[in-house]
Ligand binder design. Structure first.
Ligand SMILES: Cc1cc2nc3c(=O)[nH]c(=O)nc-3n(C[C@H](O)[C@H](O)[C@H](O)COP(=O)(O)OP(=O)(O)OC[C@H]3O[C@@H](n4cnc5c(N)ncnc54)[C@H](O)[C@@H]3O)c2cc1C
Length: 296
């Protein structure tokens, strides 16, 4: 049986206290949220923190609420909170699409949104969804807080801009009119990590694509974004011809690797097909033509 190395344990009940503990122990301290990623990494000795700083006692970090033109998600909100949030589903169907296919109910009950993002797994689903929605992350540290675009949050596989004495506290998503969004994932079995997945958010004006966000995961897209396909789509009529070309562009510009989940060409094919489907679905939703719930 794999067991983690011996580790000290501290419990924070406020963001300020968590930051003090991080500052005291950095770089040997590590935040513990749901532990679904960190504890397995510790068992495998891929992570060896000397001190765990448990933030589950910070009551004010678990929320999903609207503030002005933003949806705000506290870092300690669980996957299950997001899945059951009517507010989130009302504005961003993509989040419910994604949460329905993330892991299993046990992981979703305890795994946090902040933990998922900070783990920065290159196959993580919400990073693609938040990139598509052009959200931002609020990071607190010794010098105060800063806001970082979701698209600049990850610096590489398992790496983010969050420093050893900092913590992610909130995710912000802009609420805009005439929006539709969708997320689709292909995996080997229910609850598994994606072979490939795509999310799209689309903003329409007079039948044309005024703005669009396309997020990709598990396929080596830089910052989880299909930037070239987005650029092509801006200003185009929202129709099949443009979606097909965007799918080709997204497939050509991602950088998947062959592994136990499939060869490169298969993953590129998935990217092309999923990009077309999420764009089509996002536009239908923006136009109020029915949700066409994706199969999970
Ligand atoms: C069986 C299984 C299946 C899964 N399937 C999927 C899947 O299909 N799709 C998917 O996207 N994910 C999947 N996951 C990942 C899952 O979503 C994450 O493990 C989980 O949500 C991470 O959150 P946590 O709260 O448990 O993080 P933790 O394990 O507690 O922390 C993860 C990392 O983030 C850091 N951290 C946590 N919170 C903060 C914070 N607020 N600020 C700074 N750093 C922080 C920790 O120090 C640690 O380094 C799966 C996990 C399991 C175990």
């Amino acid at each position: 049986m794999q067991v983690p190395a011996q580790v000290e344990y501290e419990k924070a009940t406020s963001v300020g206290q968590a930051l003090s503990l991080l500052a005291r122990y950095a770089p040997a301290g590590r935040i513990l949220a749901g532990g679904h990623s960190l504890i397995p990494m510790m068992k495998l000795r891929l992570a060896q923190p000397e001190v765990l700083i448990d933030i589950n006692g910070i009551a004010g970090l678990r929320y999903i609420s609207r503030s002005g033109h933003e949806l705000r998600i506290g870092a300690l909100a669980r996957h299950a909170d997001l899945l059951s949030s009517e507010l989130a589903g009302q504005h961003f169907t993509i989040l419910h699409d994604a949460e329905r296919v993330i892991a299993d109910p046990v992981v979703r009950q305890w795994g946090t949104i902040g933990g998922s993002l900070c783990q920065a797994d290159p196959s993580e689903d919400l990073s693609a969804a938040f990139a598509a929605l052009k959200g931002s992350m609020i990071i607190h540290g010794p010098g105060g807080s800063r806001e970082v675009p979701a698209r600049a949050f990850h610096t590489g596989p398992y790496e983010t801009v969050v420093g050893p004495a900092e913590m992610l506290t909130e995710i912000r998503l802009p609420v805009r009119r005439d929006t539709g969004s969708a997320y689709l994932k292909v995996c080997r079995r229910a609850g598994d990590w994606p072979i490939g997945a795509a999310g799209a958010a689309i903003w329409l004006a007079d039948g044309r694509i005024a703005d669009v966000g396309i997020g990709l995961t598990a396929v080596g897209a830089a910052h989880f974004v299909a930037a070239e396909a987005e650029e092509f789509l801006r200003g185009q009529p929202a129709g099949e011809e443009a979606f097909a070309r965007a799918g080709e562009i997204a497939a050509a510009h991602c950088n998947p690797v062959a592994d136990q989940r499939g060869p490169v060409e298969y993953k590129r094919h998935l990217v092309g097909e999923l990009t077309v489907r999420v764009l089509r679905l996002a536009v239908r939703r923006a136009l109020g033509l029915g949700s066409m719930e994706p199969a999970s």
